[in-house]
Design a protein around this ligand. Sequence first.
Ligand code: GLN
Length: 308
Amino acid sequence: MELDEALQDAYQYGCQFTDQGVVADYIPELAKEDPHRVGAAAIGPDDRLFTMGDAEYKFSAQSIAKIMIYLGVLENYDLSYVRKFIGVTPSSKPFNSILELELSHHKVPVNPFINAGAIVATSLLMEKYRSNTFEMIRKRAREIIGNDHLDYSHSLYLSESNSAFANRALTYMLLNDGIIQSDVNVEDLLSAYFRACSLMVNSIDLARLGAVLAHEGKGPDGKQLIRKEHAATIRTVMATCGTYDYAGDFALLVGIPAKSGVGGGFVASTKNGYGFGVYCPGLDSHGNSYVGVRILQKLSQNLNLSIY
Ligand code: GLN
């Protein structure tokens, strides 16, 4: 099937499920989103872009920003050093689980895509970039996505910051267990993390991010935006950990490296040069866009993209 046809078919298939997901409300601003809004964008190996629905509608990246945060860490530290503080094991509990952290080996977060792992990753960046940590994450996001206007939403940031009791609990546990350096200011650290999560993107931005990862880190003009080995590491962790404790089901259904966010976004990146960005804010019980999973499932089937 051609990419435009495959996307149209997947979009129409996914739109049947807009009543199935539940919009996140633990960040009050997110609860305002319309569960019937669907956007999808696909970039093929030849770099042609196709879109369906509200592909230009902006939403907060949320956990998709964890890709940028982890990339920043990979670009500043050796992977062997990073592994002492953040694992690469799939999580078995929800993405903000205190129990998962409590039970993990040496209390090291199992991977960089659960909240505890991303908070540790942000703390490693703070050691290098101090008060400029968020600015560094935003700069890299702008360069990779190729959108100089990419920025965070202050209202979403405040909404999360004022309600982030679970993330504060995780952060104090990480401090208590020495996984985060004791001289880090918790509120500065969380401020950088929440701003990153509040970066506003649309489905096209996410398809571009997916395409750069799919092209071994190269942008549309062939410029190396991410080192090849970092793109491979990120795709691998997306495949194993990108949808949290749903990753096994997602591998069976879709079989493409992908990362979701509770804002309703999804980025997916194939080995053979496709990048997908999908949006619909209704979530499954694991925090992944319900419609997003179905659109990606259909795209994978239509284009025979499963890596397994
Ligand atoms: N900002 C959100 C949080 O920390 C991100 C979670 C997500 O998208 N799964 O809870």
